[in-house]
Design a protein around this ligand. Structure first.
Ligand code: KIV
Ligand code: ZN
Length: 525
């Protein structure tokens, strides 16, 4: 069989994905995500839009220092200061890409840019030429490409390639195209741009009509060799083409899509979880590839077929995307060694001894409370321990009692360790969670907006652990906190504190670190 054509996977979870309202990720979270992406074999990681904020700049720099195989990339408008910011943040990587763009559609040029064709052509020439001073890996995008006049688009692409762009990206910015039309656009570009063989064509499709993946795959058949996508399909408005769907469609339908992506698909599930945790965006149960039900067979007829032969109802195996069969794991007598083996099996081979120790301690407590412990429980425990290991917790929950039920208003009694001071309070609220959050506000006065509170049962059954996600906002800063516990109210308190601790770190990194050092000296934390 001839070698399959390589398709480059360009991930934009941390740039376009982060543009989803409320999906912001911290620098630390982005670094963790980029490690998984790097290991997974993603070719290009668009790590951010460096000029847009100090946080984006810091994340792109950190990622450009840490990635080993993937090429880090930053986004820039067609201006020198944007391109300079890209270069400054990416320069630590041995290879990096600058991705510069300008709108080319009549509606964008008139209302957004207030520029005519000649001015846009001038800006392309200047920006691509300038970006090439820093790297030979320059990507150029014609924003709102699918609503651009084709004859003008050919001119812009030809010019960008002449100025040194090596990748030409065609965005369906507003998710307007349909598969046949998108493929036609790609074919027309191939047939009408004289120097197109000097660049790789790329598809960047948004999902406003639910067609992002279909459009991208259609583009692939017509000649694109790079697809821009995001984990879990997150992104502006209805999102971007979902990486996991693109990659698994190519893998599963190699008869019709004879391409190679080089993605280690067994890491897809891990990537999906880490992005969902960082953004606080849950994955819908029936989401293709990564949804909780994507490999669940409920009806008797399907289950019967599966028992006879998996191929009756399964076009790809759960293992191929890193979903392990739900299995009963160790009981309360299992030792640390068996626990560590289990973590290895679940893909947590690189966690520190401190995290293993913390997760093992929680496992023992859980095993006393809960009859059956499943892989998902272990994952929740270790993720919870990772959160604590990676973040400096200035405020910790010491104890919580909640009085709930009919009649009396719900009341919470709480003790917190606030920078080493033990403080107590009791508050009533509209429900137990409200009472808990009021206690935290009373013990550590702060003013943030709660923009998300969400509970997920980790497994089935009334004794299941609950994972609680909390998102808070302060000015233009957003943080997401998470925690898992068999007691949903304890998980709620810890998730809020986790978000608050992250906010404190964002707010006053330096002075917070000083407080913690003092606290350590006093024997705290
Ligand atoms: O959707 C879009 O047009 C973009 C560009 C910046 C590539 O995200
Ligand atoms: Zn986009």
């Amino acid at each position: 069989m001839p070698d399959k054509d390589k398709v480059f996977i360009f991930d934009t979870t941390m740039r376009d994905g982060e543009q989803s309202p409320g999906a912001s990720m911290s620098v630390e979270e982005k670094i963790q995500i980029s490690r998984v992406f790097d290991e997974m074999g993603i070719d290009i990681i668009e790590a951010g839009f460096p000029i847009s904020s100090p946080g984006d700049f810091e994340a792109v720099s950190a990622i450009s220092k840490s990635v080993k195989n993937s090429i880090p990339c930053g986004l820039a408008r067609a201006t020198k200061k944007d391109i300079d910011a890209c270069h400054e943040s990416l320069k630590f990587a041995k290879r990096f890409r600058i991705h510069t763009f300008i709108s080319t559609s009549p509606v964008h040029m008139k209302h957004k840019l207030n520029m005519n064709n000649e001015q846009v052509l001038g800006a392309i020439k200047e920006s691509v030429t300038y970006a090439r001073k820093f790297t030979d890996d320059v990507e150029w995008s014609c924003e709102d490409g699918t609503r651009t006049d084709l004859d003008f688009m050919y001119k812009t692409i030809e010019l960008a390639i002449n100025c040194g762009a090596k990748t030409i990206n065609i965005p369906d910015t507003v998710g307007y195209s349909i598969p046949e039309e998108f493929a036609k656009t790609i074919r027309s570009i191939k047939n009408n741009v004289p120097n197109i063989d000097k660049a790789i064509l790329s598809a960047h499709c948004h999902n406003d009509l639910g067609l992002a993946v279909a459009n991208a795959l259609s583009g692939l058949s017509a000649g694109v060799r790079q697809i821009e996508c995001t984990i879990n399909g997150i992104g502006e408005r209805a999102g971007n083409a979902a990486l996991e769907e693109i990659v698994m469609a190519i893998k599963t339908r190699e008869d019709l899509l004879p391409y190679e992506t080089g993605i280690k698909t067994e890491l897809i599930s891990k990537a999906s979880k880490i992005v969902s945790n960082a953004t606080g965006f849950p994955v819908q149960f029936n989401k293709a590839i990564v949804g909780k039900n994507a490999f669940a067979h409920e009806s008797g007829i399907h289950q019967d077929g599966m028992l006879k032969n998996r191929e009756t109802y399964e076009i790809m195996t759960p293992e191929s995307v890193g979903v392990k069969k739900t299995s009963l794991v160790m009981g309360k007598h299992s030792g640390r060694h068996a626990f560590k083996d289990k973590l290895n099996d679940l893909g947590y081979s690189d966690v520190t001894d401190d995290v293993v120790q913390a997760a093992f301690g929680k496992f023992k407590i859980l095993a006393d409370k809960k009859k059956h412990i499943y892989d998902e429980d272990i994952v929740a425990l270790v993720d919870d321990s990772l959160i604590i290991d990676n973040k400096i917790n200035a405020i910790n929950l010491k104890s919580l009692k909640v009085f709930a039920g009919t009649g009396e208003p719900q009341r919470a009694e709480m003790t917190l360790d606030v920078f080493g001071d033990i403080k107590k309070t009791s508050q009533t609220g509209d429900g137990p969670v409200d009472a808990i959050f009021k206690c935290i506000k009373d013990l550590y006065s702060h003013d943030v907006k709660l923009s998300l509170y969400q509970v997920h049962a980790v497994t089935e059954g009334t004794d299941a652990q609950a994972t609680v996600s909390v998102k808070i906002e302060e000015n233009d800063r957003t943080t997401v906190g998470q925690s898992a516990d068999t007691d949903t109210l304890v998980a709620s308190a810890n998730a809020y504190l986790n978000a608050l601790n992250k906010m404190l770190i964002k707010r006053e990194k330096k002075s917070l670190y000083k407080d913690i050092e003092k606290q350590k000296i006093r024997g705290g934390v």
